[in-house]
Design a protein around this ligand. Structure first.
Ligand code: ATP
Length: 446
């Protein structure tokens, strides 16, 4: 983990947030390369869940959330973690995350700590202006169910997908970007007829595992965990977590829950007329019926299958898998980030042999602009004047191709293309480089 954290900072993937003022715990900023990697991961998810299917719509909702949403969802009452104080050092911990040094000490009785961040909307700060920063993106999907249905004429089964920030005031944020207080989620709420839920639950578990494999996570590092007992949320009929072997241990990467009709049933008006099976709070505030008519024109509250993945945990898992230190023949080592092509923050670096040679530099810029036009991803000019150093840097940040422009480029109209993983160098005709670049990236998974 330490090597990954250090690489992330040194090369501009991830920084401690608010660092120049001492930092804020549990918050991180994504740097120039981190933002590209994260965007590429989110794009891959969006393509897989929305574009490559015909039964999912997208949504982008507000982060500030009406307190009634989180009252009826149950978050105000139950979105808590058990908090304990160590009587010896005075520090506070989540009950299941007491560090070794405090385990032998006397701890207070656990008490519930609500993880939601509160704020006020408008110039008056009192209970009437209370709002929450959403603790998950899902709730705003449920409350938009009718808007999406009316504007798209969907019928069951269909899903609504959203990627966005969520906020949880975690008692003990830790393990770099694994457990943070501000993070991003990629959530799909897939609405199905009651009775079809178990089959769809299984389909989504399979689908999501195979997607993570496409992002470069090998099957042996992934495990399915069926959530049982007290860990199973009260609304869930069944939850399966995709667990990944993070550097600090095996933990949840994504959860896939069969949430029954709890969510739409909680937020709908006229609950009594709708045969809701889940135990929901009596809703006296909603002004909208969140149900759909079946073939017999009866109103049905759909069941929800929810694959919910963390973007930040995904980034950590992907960097962890890609991070490789190789022993070279000359007794040296090289660090290489073997990211899948579609995730690489920079697709190609174009490098002039001499940094001050006008002709070489001009040609380098021309190649960069031409390749950039294909919109496959970011292409950069790397003009350090030191080819070896440039290769090392781009190995370390996962750039699949380095294209070197040398004097042969001017005389014989060729460039040298170096492959990140094999370190193989090929001479390619200048007028072939566009095709080479397009072909190389044509088989990206997403
Ligand atoms: P955990 O048990 O690890 O606290 P959770 O079960 O509360 O996670 P969910 O509510 O199911 O998590 O959220 C869905 C996904 O959002 C998780 O699988 C995870 O990838 C991500 N996630 C949740 N909390 C955090 C956090 N504090 N920091 C980063 N990602 C998070």
């Amino acid at each position: 983990m330490e090597e990954i954290v250090s690489l992330c900072k040194r090369r501009g993937f991830i920084f401690q947030s608010n660092e120049i003022y001492g930092g804020l715990q549990g918050l991180y900023d994504y740097g120039p390369l981190g933002v590209e990697l994260k965007n590429n991961l989110k794009t891959a998810w969006w393509k897989s869940v929305v574009y490559n299917r015909d039964d999912v719509e997208g949504l982008d909702t507000s982060i500030l959330t009406h307190p009634d949403v989180l009252k009826y969802s149950g978050h105000e009452d139950t979105f808590t973690d058990p908090l304990v104080d160590c009587k010896s050092c005075g520090l506070r911990f989540r009950q299941d995350q007491v560090p070794e040094q405090c385990k032998g000490e006397e701890l207070t009785e656990p008490r519930d700590f609500n993880l939601m961040f509160k704020t006020n909307v408008g110039p008056v700060s009192d209970d009437s202006s209370l709002a929450y920063l959403r603790p998950e993106t899902a709730q705003q999907i449920y409350i938009n169910f009718k808007n999406v249905l009316d504007s798209t004429s969907r019928s069951l089964p269909f899903g609504i997908a959203q990627i966005g920030k969520s906020f949880r005031n975690e008692i003990t944020p830790r393990n770099f970007i694994f457990r943070v207080r501000e993070f991003e989620q990629m959530e799909l709420e897939f609405f199905v007829l009651p009775g079809d839920d178990e089959v769809w639950h299984q389909k989504w578990i399979k689908n999501r595992v195979s997607w993570w494999k496409e992002q470069g996570i090998p099957s042996e590092k992934l495990k399915l965990l069926t959530v049982t007992g007290d860990d199973l949320a009260h609304y869930s009929k069944s939850t399966v977590d995709i667990m990944y072997k993070f550097p600090h241990g095996e933990e949840e990467l994504e959860g896939i829950a069969n949430r029954t009709d709890f969510d739409l049933g909680s937020h709908t008006k006229n609950q009594k007329d709708l045969n809701i099976t889940a135990q929901v709070k009596n809703n006296v505030d909603s002004n909208t019926r969140l149900a759909i008519q079946n073939e017999n024109n009866d109103w049905v509250v759909p069941y929800v299958i929810e694959p919910s993945a963390g973007v930040d945990r995904g980034v950590l898992a992907i960097i962890n898998e890609a991070y490789t230190v190789e022993n070279l023949d000359n007794d040296k080592k090289r660090t290489v980030l073997k990211l899948r092509k579609h995730l690489a923050p920079i697709k190609a670096a174009v490098i002039p042999l001499k940094r001050n040679n006008e002709e070489l530099v001009k040609l380098t810029h021309t190649i960069k602009s031409t390749l950039q036009q294909y919109q496959i991803g970011r292409v950069v000019v790397e003009n350090t004047g030191n080819i070896g150093k440039s290769y090392r840097k781009h190995d370390e940040i996962g750039t699949p191709l380095c294209i070197t422009v040398d004097f042969d480029s001017l005389e014989k109209k060729t460039v040298t293309v170096r492959d990140r993983d094999t370190m193989e160098q090929k001479t390619i005709a200048l007028d072939e480089i566009n095709k080479y670049f397009i072909d190389y990236f044509s088989d990206v998974e997403s």
